[in-house]
Design a protein around this ligand. Structure first.
Ligand code: FAD
Length: 403
């Protein structure tokens, strides 16, 4: 986006991409459907961005969600809006977005070199940048007056983002805030013994508590898996959970499996089930309330035997566990499974009106490399597109002013 915008403004641009083609992560985004932005109004949108959403105001005032949709239409990508304001390409193929962006960049005159892994970046006394890159085993260099680092974060390294840009940013004088996986699945103690194979549960209310204090709450869909829990509501809470675990706090996940029903309503429901048909044991009663793979786990949580007869006190235990099931969180999944990297180039060292370094003039940043991360819902790609557009625009403006 930055390269195309700068070239569109008449600047000569060289784009170095270490993989066989650019935009690999975009191609797999949104489960291959590419949730490219969200239609939420700006104030609501900003609430989904961490840790300092106000940094994004200048970029969004230049290029926000409506601009992105118009731009996509201009380059031949029609869009559709889905539940929660999430915007996708109408073709439902993120791949089409990537191809359209690549085609546009090419038409604007961007020279793209693939298999070109940048290995070093130096800023000379003259202010010019010398970039060393390895292309299919050959060591090459390029010089430029302006340099944009848009190397992404550390998540899903197979897409090409292996964190190289952090090293270059540090070498050029920048500091980093701690890098950690975010929008990542959560590990639960002892879960492996249940052998869950992605058991999906809808309409669950989940809260995360650190040292007894609620730090995040969500309602929606989650999945129980071999190591713990994942799915939309878990990913949304993961940022707070990861930070609490890193701060050595004790984290519990509190699940209300039936948030729409009060304890009394659940008691009545169980009574009806027990009166209506012959229920041989606790497991059979639980089967009326949940998918079969959940029963051994749930019975254990409620301190009941699935094969035992429904005895005195079983109903109360089931109701209590349905309304409040506490799981001990013991970890989180690594960068390779995280949608996003939280932390990055310190925002205080970057001028948000141009995405330019305050420490090394001529150096620019865009995207996930910065200490910015959004929730799920199209926020992260919009951050990348908006910061890229602004950086491209600003680099072109500066160069024209200097020439
Ligand atoms: C599975 C998955 C699904 C996602 N789905 C969505 C979604 O639906 N909506 C959403 O908003 N966000 C989504 N995201 C997040 C979003 O894709 C990223 O935040 C976004 O791609 C970041 O863009 P970027 O340009 O900063 O970095 P990247 O897209 O990671 O691009 C960085 C590029 O730099 C290249 N590079 C790195 N180092 C070097 C080097 N040394 N030399 C040359 N090139 C280098 C890489 O090869 C890569 O092409 C998803 C992420 C993942 C992992």
């Amino acid at each position: 986006m930055a390269a195309g915008r700068a070239a569109e403004r008449g600047i000569s641009v060289l784009l170095l991409e270490k993989m066989e083609k650019p935009l690999r992560k975009l191609r797999i985004s949104g489960k291959g459907r590419g949730n490219i932005t969200n239609s939420k109004p700006i104030e609501e949108f900003l609430q989904k961005i961490h840790p300092c959403s106000s940094f994004m105001r200048p970029a969004f005032s230049l290029f926000f969600n409506t601009h992105l949709v118009k731009f996509m239409n201009r380059i031949g990508v029609r869009t559709v809006e889905e539940r929660g304001g999430r915007v996708f390409p109408a073709s439902q193929r993120a791949w089409d977005v990537a191809c359209a962006l690549q085609g546009w960049a090419q038409r604007t005159g961007v020279e793209t070199l693939c298999h070109a892994r940048v290995t070093d970046v130096v800023r000379g006394k003259s202010g010019l940048f010398t970039v060393t890159f390895d292309q299919k085993g050959a060591k090459r260099t390029a010089q430029s007056a302006k340099l944009l680092l848009a190397t992404g974060g550390l998540s899903y390294p197979a897409t090409g983002s292996t964190g190289d840009g952090y090293t270059f940013a540090q070498k050029l004088g920048h500091s980093l805030t701690p890098l950690r996986p975010s929008l990542t699945p959560i590990e639960v103690a002892g879960f492996s013994r249940y052998g869950f194979d992605d058991v999906q549960m809808r309409n669950v209310k989940a809260s995360a508590a650190a040292d007894g204090k609620i730090i995040a709450e969500e309602f929606g869909e989650l999945m129980l898996t071999t190591f713990g829990v994942c799915g939309p509501i878990i990913l949304r809470m993961s940022r707070s959970i990861v930070d609490a675990l890193r701060a050595q706090r004790e984290v519990k996940l509190l699940l209300d499996w039936k948030p729409a029903l009060s304890k009394q309503q659940l008691k009545n429901r169980l009574k009806r089930e027990l009166q209506g048909s012959s229920i041989p044991n606790v497991g059979a009663l639980l089967r009326k309330l949940m998918p079969a793979p959940l029963i051994p786990f749930f019975a254990e949580q409620a301190e009941l035997q699935a094969r035992a007869k429904v005895g005195k006190g079983s109903e109360a235990k089931i109701v209590d566990t349905l309304k409040s099931c506490a799981l001990q969180v013991c970890g989180y999944r690594p960068f390779s499974e995280a949608i996003i990297t939280a932390g990055g180039v310190s925002l205080g060292e970057v001028d948000e009106s141009a995405m330019q370094s305050k420490l090394a003039p001529g150096l620019y940043f865009a995207g996930e490399l910065l200490d910015l991360d959004g929730d799920t819902g199209g926020y992260n790609l919009q951050i990348a597109f908006s910061t890229g557009w602004l950086a491209g625009e600003a680099m072109a403006r500066e160069l024209r002013a200097e020439s």
